[in-house]
Design a protein around this ligand. Structure first.
Ligand code: FPP
Length: 236
């Protein structure tokens, strides 16, 4: 059973490097190299949505050289992978406050998003400058504005249409969230959307997360019984 939407918290780059006596950015370089094979394998296996937590809203608080490296790696990925994304029919998307990204990164991101917008295969979403609490707060403010302008009423807002105010409005909720490096937390990632997501935590750090590890996560997922708060007999 292949999950329709897989979301990954790519954690442990820094620890992976530190365990090797290398600077943290060494881990980010190796971590970014894992993105291509995982994207390709997800596409091959028939995953429809893959969301990668690439840079959190809180990551802006890291030392500036680390932020610069992460932005440089993002730009490198976008410049290098555009052709491959086209060839593999992948559509790129982003969630988060991309206005905060350096202008080069933002421009490149928007170009690749536009270029790949007609692709019909895997939808690859980078969560960039993304924080789920910030996303929920932004949604609440948009709703308040819509109410003020008479476009909706508070009675009209419900669990189903609240989603229309989130960055993820045109995506299904994640079926499986994978977190590397063994930490058992969501770290402000897709908190609303994860209401009924299955969670798989591996002790592997992101730079060493292999295709076999991805298969293991999917195997584990296929054994889960998803009930969405219902009784087994009423789940489709
Ligand atoms: C967590 O490791 C990882 C990040 C903060 C960034 C994830 C980014 C990449 C994998 C590279 C970006 C590349 C592309 C192509 C989007 P950590 O630094 O928090 O590790 P630690 O918990 O061991 O310190």
């Amino acid at each position: 059973m292949i999950p329709n939407h897989v979301a990954i918290i790519m954690d442990g780059n820094g620890r992976w490097a530190e365990n090797r006596g290398r600077p943290r950015i060494f881990g980010h370089i190796h971590g970014s190299a894992r993105v291509r094979p995982i994207v390709r394998e997800c596409g091959k296996l028939g995953v429809k949505y893959l969301t990668l937590y690439a840079f959190s809203a809180e990551n802006w608080g890291r030392p500036s050289d680390e932020i610069q490296t992460l932005m440089r790696l993002l730009c490198k990925y976008l410049a290098r992978e555009e052709k491959t994304l086209m060839k593999e029919n992948v559509r790129l998307n982003s969630i988060g406050d991309i206005e905060k990204l350096p202008s080069v990164a933002k421009k490149l991101l928007q170009e690749v998003i536009l270029k790949t917008s007609h692709n019909t295969g895997l939808c690859l979403t980078f969560a960039l400058s993304y924080g789920s609490q910030q996303e929920i707060l932004r949604a609440v403010k948009k709703i308040a504005q819509d109410i003020k302008e008479g476009k909706t009423t508070s009675e009209n807002i419900n669990v189903n249409n609240f989603k229309n105010y989130l960055y993820t409005l045109d995506m299904p909720d994640p079926d499986l969230i994978i977190r590397t490096s063994g930490e058992m937390r969501l770290s402000n990632f897709l908190l609303w959307q994860a209401a009924y997501s299955e969670i798989f935590v591996t002790s592997k750090n992101w730079p060493e997360f292999s295709i076999a590890d991805l298969h293991l996560a999917f195997e584990d997922y296929s054994k889960r019984q998803r009930r969405f708060g219902l009784l087994e007999s009423s789940v489709q």
